[in-house]
Design a protein around this ligand. Structure first.
Ligand SMILES: [Zn+2]
Length: 401
């Protein structure tokens, strides 16, 4: 591994980092935490925050093992998002299975990075003790309040509601191959933190605050061993009236040759009225189809997600869905017409699209299912709870009722 120079426009400074930015093995036993920064090369905030925190962590105050990992080193060095393919879209089963083996050359720099990170994660999972936690830190092209992106498993929900931050559930239905979905499917707590605008000083501060809060919530660090309240307030002060749990109900996908431009000035979580003009595509206007809030509007040249729309989840829905999932009431779904198990291991459902439309996706969400396109007439649906490693986390204070 070679060291790479990474520049921050916010700080106007350059640091040198390795794949492993920092590793502290605490004097006491405890969980294993893995923080990732710079999966996108134009997002150095997480890398700078990790460097800062690891210069200050003291092994004698830490329980367990804490890693800080740099994502796309090639792209971080260049200050570009990625080389040929987005490193945060390469973690599908098929792409992982087709990675070059035994030192065969990678097809582009992004894949070379993926191979190194994949090997490192496997090594950490093998060498270290659980419970494991994975955190992926990002920034956005437009101004934003900090928030969490969370695959909707019950473990993730319980853990992430500790933070004074808005939570966006279910993003994995709209994105193909993010690294966190891959780790979630292995059954661990894993989620994303979006800290703010790429080159804003506040994004680095928010990442530092997020790292310290995470260390406390996992039981790696006592509140008294860091300025917990100070860091809590940094995140809490900006998020007061949007501190809810949201779900995405719409994504505008940008096609390869489309001339797409957001109307300037939209910010994350901004309230939108039905028919409000949001963007232009090949000279036509794109209007909001419904009332809601706009989420992650695209203000950079690379990217296929134009914008998302989100709405607050009705809180009784969260309680009911927890009950349904705990008691595996999804077994009853197969008595509905047009719904079948995918295989004898009951690893998923095949659902007729006509039926899915009639029942609405919400019902399947309630039971913990996320859907994947299968063919013209069917969805494949997989239960997010199927692989969850409850036993690994059962003694953790955040999981106790
Ligand atoms: Zn990113």
């Amino acid at each position: 591994m070679t060291k790479v120079k990474v520049h921050s426009k916010a700080l106007d400074s350059t640091i040198e980092v390795d794949r492993i930015i920092g590793h502290v093995k605490g004097h006491k036993k405890g969980p294993t935490l893995v923080f990732m920064g710079g999966i996108h090369g134009n997002e150095p905030a997480g890398v700078f925050a990790l460097k800062w925190v690891f210069e200050r962590l003291q092994a004698k105050k830490v329980s367990g093992s804490i890693y800080g990992i740099a994502g796309n080193l090639w792209a971080l060095k260049k200050g570009e998002r990625y080389h040929k393919e987005d490193l945060n879209r390469l973690w599908t089963k098929d792409l992982l299975a087709s990675l070059p083996q035994n030192g065969d050359p990678a097809i582009h720099h992004d894949q070379a990075e993926q191979i190194e990170i994949n090997n490192l994660l496997s090594k950490i999972l093998k060498d270290e003790e659980g419970p494991f936690y994975f955190f992926d830190m990002h920034t956005t092209s437009s101004e934003t309040l900090p928030f969490l992106t969370v695959n909707d498993s019950l473990l993730n929900r319980h853990f992430t509601t500790q933070y004074p931050l808005p939570i966006i559930l279910g993003i994995e239905e709209y994105l193909n191959g993010p690294i966190l979905s891959y780790i979630n499917e292995l059954g661990y707590v894993a989620f994303g933190f979006e800290a703010g605008q790429h080159d804003d000083m506040a994004s680095i501060e928010n990442c530092v605050a997020f790292i310290y809060l995470s260390l406390v919530y996992c039981g790696s660090l006592e509140k008294e061993s860091c300025e917990y309240q100070h860091y809590h307030d940094i995140l809490a002060k900006t998020t007061g009236d949007v501190r809810h749990i949201y779900e995405i109900y719409y994504r505008y996908g940008v096609n390869e040759n489309e001339d797409f431009k957001m109307i300037p000035g939209f910010y994350n979580f901004q309230r939108i009225r039905r028919n409000q003009q949001l963007a232009r595509s090949n000279g036509n206007t794109i209007n909001a189809q419904d009332d809601g809030r706009i989420f992650m509007p695209l203000y950079q040249s690379k990217g296929v997600d134009g914008f998302f729309m989100i709405k607050k989840i009705w809180s009784p829905f969260l309680v009911i869905s927890e009950f349904f999932r705990k008691y595996r009431l999804d077994r009853l779904l197969i008595y509905l017409p047009g719904v079948k198990w995918i295989d004898k291991d009951r690893s998923g459902l095949i659902v007729n699209k006509q039926i899915a439309r009639f029942l609405a996706k919400d019902i399947f969400h309630l039971f913990g299912y996320r859907h994947i396109y299968a063919d013209r007439n069917h969805y494949k649906m997989f239960n997010r709870e199927a692989n969850a490693r409850y036993a690994d986390y059962e003694d953790q204070p955040w999981l106790k009722p």
